[in-house]
Structure formats: C-alpha cells, structure tokens
Write a protein that binds this ligand. Structure first.
Ligand code: GRF
Length: 212
C-alpha cells in the first residue's frame, strides 16, 4: 500500500473518546486523512456531539429500524459510500457486522479492542482480564473479519494490571493506550506502511509493518 490520504468513515455507538483521539490527531497534524462521516447506530450519543463540534458530518442509522442485521448493514454501506468512504474505523461501535459490510469494505475495516487479542474477545474485555488474573493486558487494533475480534492484528499496546485495579481503573488506563494505538495504526495505514499478506502455510492473514 502506498502513502496517501484516506477517506475515513467512523462508526460509533457511545461516548466517542476514540473518535475524539482521531479528531485531535487531525487537529494536531498527526493524521492527514479526511474524516468523511461519523455514523452512529444510536441517536443522541456523545460521539455525535464530538463530531459536530469538530465540523465532521454525522449520520444516525438506527439498528432498531431494520428487520435484520443484513438490512442494517446494507443501509450502512450506502451511507458510507454516499460520503465517499474508503476505509471504515469501528470506534466503540457495538454491533457485529455481517458479510454485507465485510464484502463492501473487504480488509478495509479497522477495530479497536481493549484486550491483547486473541485473549478476551467480545464484550467486557477488561473484566475478563481482571477475573482471569492476567498481569499484563492491553489493546489491539485489527482488521475486521467474519469472527468476533478475530481479524488480522495491526498493532498492540501492553499495559500492566495492578493488584488493586477495578474494572473502572483498568478501563481508564487502557483507554489512554487505545487512543495512542488507534492513531498510530491509522498513521501507519496512511503512510502506506502496512502490508497485508495471507500466509500460504497457515491460511491466516497477517499484517506486517514496513520500515519508515
Ligand atoms: C473502547 O474501550 C473500545 O475499545 C471498545 O469500546 C470502547 C469505546 O469507547 N470497543 P469510546 O466510545 O471510544 O470512548
């Protein structure tokens, strides 16, 4: 992939601190890509306010208005395409995507997850890590495939778990790492420094980081 500015669409469901990290990175010149649209599956969430304050167009596509996940995804694809989006970022987007979205943006959907995958996929990853008793956890930026948090890993950041951590304290420290990881992954992407390659021996797709 060669270096170029990307047209990004951001999908959100809630407070949007990862979105804010991208907006701030744009402001500070750490990201050059264009944030074409922020789409939420829930009306009235803080992420929409953050986008509006930054002058990024918003759209609400409520999953409740669709009879199936596929119908919802078909509308999402249309909204993203209308906005000229090439790459999609899931920034706290709490819906599982169907092949409708995955085919439309094949290997062009990025997710941020608050655990060191493949450990602790799914919801409440921070609680899963605490309950298990791991001493190191972290966050993962990965490409989205048909599984839940199972796609090719772009990058990870590790974090020590403290004995007195609660779900809230661990989540708060992890969130700061997520913001750094997401911006770093997207800047590698726009610099053309990610090589996505399927292994002929394992069949698994891996993402390699090219030197600057
Ligand atoms: C983050 O922890 C993210 O990893 C997870 O959902 C949370 C979203 O937070 N997928 P925010 O909406 O970006 O503040």
């Amino acid at each position: 992939m060669s270096a170029r500015d990307l047209n990004l669409g951001i999908l959100v469901s809630g407070r949007g601190t990862n979105l804010q990290a991208l907006l701030d990175a744009k402001t500070h010149g750490q990201l050059a890509s264009s944030l074409r649209v922020v789409i939420s599956n829930k009306p009235g969430v803080q992420a929409l306010e953050r986008a509006t304050s930054a002058g990024v167009p918003t759209n609400v596509v409520s999953h409740r208005e669709f009879a199936s996940r596929e119908a919802f995804d078909t509308r999402l694809v249309a909204a993203l395409r209308d906005a000229g989006v090439e790459w999609v970022v899931l920034a706290g987007f709490m819906r599982v995507l169907t092949p409708v979205m995955l085919r439309a943006f094949e290997q062009r959907i990025v997710n941020i997850h608050p655990a060191l995958l493949p450990a602790f996929p799914g919801v409440h990853a921070q609680k899963q890590a605490l309950d298990y008793g791991v001493k190191i956890t972290g966050c993962t930026v990965h490409l989205v495939d048909e599984g839940v948090d199972s796609g090719p890993i772009i990058l990870q950041r590790a974090l020590a778990v403290r004995d007195d951590d609660t779900e809230d304290s661990l989540s708060a420290r992890l969130l700061a790492e997520e913001h750094l990881a997401l911006v770093e992954a997207l800047s590698l992407l726009e610099a053309g420094r990610l090589r996505i390659e399927a292994s002929s021996s394992t069949g698994r797709t891996r993402v390699f980081t090219l030197p600057a």
